[in-house]
Design a protein around this ligand. Structure first.
Ligand code: NAP
Ligand code: FER
Length: 336
């Protein structure tokens, strides 16, 4: 076989506060030939996700942090170039954990072969048909437990997870209110996704007041992606027996020091609100149902996906950093 050189992105130092280019470097690495059971993969797409910020800390809550001076990892879709693994052959499309590099050698057992419903939409397996889409599905149904006619409030509503939550909840017969950081994002949710009301949290003034106006019957389910003021406003406006699906709190991920919590947590008692944190990876029992439902909704045009596609590994760090400034519109994808 010919020798292959891979380009990888390594973390050089652990960021405190907001990460920047200086914490990372692009490094050329010689790849070994695939050993027995291994494959050589060339990536077509990789995902950047907010959870990656957590992996950059020395101590994760329970998951393994990224090592320094090694390729980081995360979701990627690629093509097998050489195979020494049973069941995988050159040309197969695979979903792997081999992000942050253009090619890699790994055990075939660590990846899954994709039979995409549309070969031109492979990046969907990193978004709507992948981890973020499943997060929306699991969080909404298992922890939000919405009933038709109830009001669902979604923060980071136009993002990879949020846009799917909004559209699934609409399909379920709910009234949906989203919160976003730009008018273009708001317009897309209203025009394309059928969302009932959208708040631009950057321009609306008092968020509790804006949410109360958008939700005259109160909020029954809050799908929490942001934390901070959003959580406080949701608790203020929630109905008795409301449910909070605590998916993430991105507004705190780059804080070097803990930030003060909402000032109204006592309302949880009187309103008998249930808050459930969850991590999508614990809910693989819902995977088959999720894929069956989402693939049919997507192929029938009932669920829309917005993507921001950035070209090249050289731009992957910028793509990741954009998640924290809202410069992504929909699922952020790096294309090779
Ligand atoms: P995303 O929404 O596609 O991108 C992040 C968005 O968050 C940005 O576009 C921005 O949108 C918003 N944002 C960033 N900083 C903010 C701030 N300080 N205040 C308010 N909004 C801010 O990302 P995603 O992949 O869908 O992830 C969304 C959330 O789900 C994150 O909290 C993530 O950690 C969580 N998540 C959890 C799981 C799980 O298993 N629990 C799995 C996947 C994702 P605007 O322009 O609208 O501000
Ligand atoms: C995320 C935020 C946090 C996420 C996972 C976590 C998969 C996990 C945190 C942990 O392991 O402690 O967006 O997405």
């Amino acid at each position: 076989m010919t020798n292959h050189i891979a380009k990888q992105i390594h973390m050089l130092r652990r960021p405190e506060g907001t990460p920047s280019q200086e914490h990372f470097a692009i490094v050329d690495v010689d790849l070994p030939a695939p050993a027995e059971g291994q494959v050589l993969v060339r990536n077509h797409y990789m995902s950047v996700d907010p959870y990656m910020r957590g992996r950059m800390r020395a101590q994760g809550v329970y998951a393994e942090p990224y090592a320094l001076n090694k390729a980081m990892w995360g979701g990627a879709v690629g093509e097998i170039v050489e195979s020494n693994a049973e069941g995988l052959k050159a040309g197969d499309t695979v979903l792997s954990g081999g992000a942050w590099q253009d090619k890699f050698v790994a055990d075939g057992s660590t990846m899954s072969k994709l039979t995409p419903f549309d070969k031109d939409k492979l990046s969907l397996y990193l978004g709507t048909l992948g981890m973020p889409g499943m997060t929306a599905y699991v969080g909404l149904f298992r922890f939000g437990e919405p009933k038709a006619g109830e009001t669902v409030f979604v923060s980071a509503a136009s993002g990879a997870v949020g846009a799917n939550v909004c559209q699934i909840a609409k399909r379920h017969g709910c009234r949906v209110i989203g919160s976003v950081g730009s008018n273009a994002k708001a317009q897309w949710l209203l025009d394309e996704c059928g969302v009932d009301e959208v708040i631009n949290y950057k321009t609306c003034g008092d968020l509790t007041k804006a949410l109360a106006e958008a939700a005259p019957d109160g909020v029954d389910v809050y799908f929490e992606n942001v934390g901070g003021e959003h959580l406080q406003a949701a608790i203020n406006v929630m109905n008795p027996y409301g449910r909070i699906a605590a998916c993430g709190m991105i507004s705190s991920y780059n804080q070097a020091q803990p930030i003060p919590g909402p000032n109204n947590l006592m309302l949880i008692v009187g309103k008998k609100i249930r808050i459930n944190g969850f991590i999508v990876f614990d809910h693989n029992d819902m995977r088959a149902q999720f894929l069956a439902d989402m693939e049919s909704w997507v192929s029938e045009g009932k669920i829309k996906t917005k993507e921001t596609i950035v070209e090249g590994l050289d731009n992957a760090v910028d793509a990741f950093l954009a998640l924290f400034t809202g410069d992504n519109f929909g699922k952020m994808i790096v294309k090779f």
